[in-house]
Ligand binder design. Structure first.
Ligand code: GLN
Length: 489
């Protein structure tokens, strides 16, 4: 049996029936990682020994995980989440040797639910990027075409799930970093509502935007992982105290009668025609499933990229001020004075994209420019949020492409940051508005690259977008494929 090809809920079933042991499942994944990940570089670190131990503890019933759906199941974690006793590098040299003394809230929740942590996955440095090319350590490849990027910044997590190198993974999304790599790799990725999941123990990039969410092989798995991640946490003052509904419960309900809005601003010139075609076909399928399709408008969409690339760097420049060589990570030795130590530690520790963002962010926040840039961007953000609130008066959810293009070639955009930023145009507005979004595979290009459909819902309606995504996935089994990666003999 191909254990690695199974979803979390399928593995759960086998474990419950005692048809396999957790140790067998974990060993199968570890073996596959060993033979395939040298091509993909999706992991920064693999915890072979510890993972096997966690799996054996589960098999021996050392701890009672009750009915946890992920007990004994191998999960990978983006290396921007603090996990006790193991390195958390954020893909940056500056945190090369940082070992947090504590678990972040989501890690704690997963641990308590009995997850087997297989490893930490690669990412763009401090989650800044759309291709995982900004990692200081390695370049993750797209499992569908090794010459292409997996998307980013959670590219390692998405590639690992797509290549069956873990049963499910945790990513983070500030402006698309779960949804876009999920779409590039042909898997499911969910960005929850801002405030739905605690960010305690997540290394901050842009605090008013960051969210943690699942990347999985199917929608059902996304629902069950979200169930574990979601909830109020007093250690994150932005986490929201609203009840967590049972996400898996209504997945099977039909979408008949739902009103699904198509925002015309998301179907623009310059978009890859095969992406447009696949998304349009998906919209027709939702119509055939009984949803009412209506056209809507989100008029401020075109300002999303500009507003995001002011707000996110502004927050990043402030958040990253703490890496000064004093408390964390890299410190240049033998400096003649404190300022030189700060300067050389930061210039050696950060990569070019992070430096660009720090400079941009510092500039837009500086006296004299604050009103023209940061304040203006915040006002635009309010307008974008209003667009969504108004659209959701007319429809239950929105259908859009995740990205205007499929996975691009390694190196194709890395020299041109503006092109890279522009490719985020369809994921940034939802992040600025704080609404939840899911990416679900909806087709392939003629070159065999996956295409993603984005479903956006009102704040705290993850249950609804999960249900639409699940119904869509049930109707389109041909969109769920596994990349043809051969294990070495
Ligand atoms: N690509 C966007 C950026 O570079 C989003 C990244 C993210 O969501 N972490 O900022």
């Amino acid at each position: 049996m191909d254990l690695c090809g199974l979803t979390i809920h399928q593995l759960r079933e086998l474990l419950t029936q005692k048809a396999v042991s957790a140790a067998e499942v974990t060993s199968a994944y570890l073996q596959r990682i060993q033979s395939i990940d040298s091509k993909l570089h999706s992991y920064l670190e693999v915890f072979a020994k510890e993972a096997l131990k966690q799996a054996r503890d589960f098999d021996e019933g050392k701890r009672d995980f009750n009915l946890s759906p992920i007990a004994g199941i191998p999960i990978a974690v983006k290396d921007v989440l603090c996990m006790r006793g193991v390195r958390t590098t954020c893909g940056s040299r500056i945190l090369e040797n940082y070992v947090p003394p504590y678990d972040g809230t989501v890690i704690e929740a997963l641990r308590n639910a009995g997850a087997v942590f297989v490893g930490k996955t690669n990412l763009d440095e401090f989650a800044m990027g759309s291709s995982t090319e900004n990692s200081a350590y390695c370049q993750t490849r797209n499992p569908w075409d090794l010459d292409r990027v997996p998307g980013g910044s959670s590219g390692g997590s998405a590639a690992a799930v797509a290549a069956n190198l873990c049963a499910g993974a945790i990513g983070t999304d500030t402006g698309g970093s779960i949804r876009q790599p999920a779409s590039f790799c042909g898997v499911v990725g969910l960005k929850p509502t801002y405030g739905r999941v605690s960010r305690f123990g997540l290394v901050a990039f842009a605090s008013s935007l960051d969210q943690i969410g699942p990347i999985t092989k199917d929608v059902k798995d996304a629902a069950l992982l979200l169930q574990i991640l979601a909830g109020y946490d007093r250690r994150d003052s932005t986490s929201v105290q609203s009840p967590v509904p049972p996400y898996g419960e209504r997945l099977e309900e039909s979408i008949k009668g739902l009103r699904l809005g198509i925002p015309r601003e998301y179907f623009v010139e310059g978009m890859d025609p095969e992406v447009a075609e696949a998304v349009e076909k998906s919209i027709r399928i939702c119509g055939e499933l009984g949803a009412e399709i209506i056209e809507v408008s989100l008029p401020h969409t075109e300002y999303g990229v500009a507003a995001y690339y002011i707000i996110a760097p502004a927050e990043a420049s402030s958040n990253l001020a703490r890496y000064d060589g004093v408390k964390y990570g890299l410190r240049t030795p033998d400096c003649r004075d404190l300022l030189t130590m700060y300067r050389t530690s930061r210039s050696r520790g950060f990569g070019p994209e992070v430096k660009r963002r720090i400079m941009l962010g510092t500039y837009v926040l500086s006296a004299g420019y604050y009103d023209a840039y940061y304040r203006k961007a915040s006002q635009v953000r309010t307008l974008i949020r209003k667009d969504f609130l108004e659209a959701f008066q007319r429809c239950d959810a929105l259908l859009t492409p995740v990205s205007p293009i499929p996975a691009f070639k390694v190196g194709e955009k890395s020299e041109d940051p503006l092109q890279m930023y522009l490719s985020d145009a369809f994921t940034l507005p939802a992040s600025l508005a704080g609404v939840p979004g899911i990416s679900v595979p909806c087709g392939f290009t003629s070159q065999g690259l996956p295409i993603g459909l984005q479903i956006l819902g009102p704040h705290f309606r993850e249950d609804l977008i999960l249900r639409i995504a699940h119904q869509f996935q049930q109707a389109t089994p041909e969109c769920r494929r596994t990349p043809p990666l051969n294990e070495d003999p």
